[in-house]
Design a protein around this ligand. Structure first.
Ligand code: ATR
Length: 307
């Protein structure tokens, strides 16, 4: 990449990281480090395997070290809602946190992103939780599946942190009907209640559709591991060519579920586009700069597809 400017790691290097479990196969470090390099920023992005019982300590540690920000992934996005000092509107609306920005209080009492503190030290540091997943998914559905959500019938598999944000975003985009299926039924009930309150015109069913669906989204973690069962019960709801199918998983690039959908003649996309767009928004939140989206996309493709 000709625009790349490498910067040496030194005492001024700013840090971001993703926390999750499993984390070893995350493509986020490749995407963000390529973007930092392209803009000549002396920043680095790391990945840490963190268990849920250690999440609070890990966030406090990053805060104490003066990290610029964090990403959270499976299984932390819901848990972190109660761990933030402040929730941005996006986290409140979409009900989960996938981006944290650390901010410092300056001597004149303004809260500013930590990157703006160069000479003076902040008096205090706070964590601010954002959600960029929901917008990332909507961008990717438009870009990768050419799918317009308004008036459509959507089957959403999964009601964890990602599933909840996606469900609310789909409702906000005026889908006509949303069908929620999840192993733990109570979570679908909670999402149904939130949608009824905020988007009363959207019909929410708590089972597979009796008739048809235009789009099926997998927001479960089923498919991350080779021997995982399919998130879709095909005995109850068989795949058809009329379905558009989106899997938020990007590694493997083709889950068994996506392979089955392709075989059934469905238009399909994996979660690379969602990862890209949520990451681009996170990059902007942390650095205040316009994300170099093509470079980020190429870094992801290289990392995930190897070309
Ligand atoms: P994320 O933040 O990525 O959404 P999460 O909150 O841990 O991560 O959610 C994981 C999702 O995958 C949930 O919908 C979960 O179902 P439960 O709500 O019942 O836990 C789903 N999931 C994970 N493992 C599963 C399995 N073995 N069978 C069925 N669903 C599973």
């Amino acid at each position: 990449m000709s625009q790349t400017v490498s910067t040496a790691i030194n005492a001024s290097t700013r840090l971001c990281a993703v926390l999750g479990s499993p984390i070893r196969h995350s493509a986020s470090p490749a995407m963000h480090n390529a973007a930092f390099a392209a803009l000549g920023l002396n920043w680095r992005y790391l990945a840490f395997e963190v268990q849920p019982e250690n999440l609070r300590a890990a966030i406090d540690g990053a805060k104490a070290f003066g990290f610029a920000g964090l990403n959270l992934t499976v299984p932390h996005k819901l848990l972190a809602m109660d761990m933030m000092d402040v929730l941005d509107e996006s986290a409140k609306v979409w009900g989960a946190v996938n981006v944290i920005r650390f901010e410092g209080r300056s001597t004149n009492s303004d809260w500013l992103p930590l990157r703006l503190f160069e000479k003076e030290s902040p008096i205090e540091i706070r964590s601010v939780g954002f959600n960029t997943d929901a917008d990332g998914l909507a961008c990717s559905l438009r870009e990768d599946l050419k799918f317009e959500l308004r008036g459509k019938r959507v089957l959403l598999l999964g009601a964890g942190g990602a599933g909840r944000s996606i469900a609310l975003k789909l409702a906000a985009e005026n889908v006509a009907q949303l069908f929620l299926v999840n192993r733990t039924f109570s979570k679908t009930l909670e999402i149904q209640a939130a949608i009824r309150k905020n988007f009363p015109s959207v019909h929410v069913g708590l089972d597979y559709p009796q008739t048809e669906a235009d789009l099926i989204v997998n927001a479960t973690s089923l498919g991350l591991h080779q021997d995982d069962a399919s998130p879709l019960n095909e005995q109850v709801f068989p795949l058809k060519p009329s379905h558009a199918v989106y899997d938020i998983i990007y590694r493997p690039a083709e889950t068994k579920f996506l392979a089955a959908a392709k075989k059934a003649g469905c238009k399909t996309a994996n979660g690379l586009g969602m990862l890209l767009h949520q990451g681009a928004k996170a990059f902007e939140i942390w650095t205040g700069k316009t994300p170099p989206i093509d470079i980020m996309r190429r870094a992801l493709e290289q990392n995930i597809y190897g070309h």
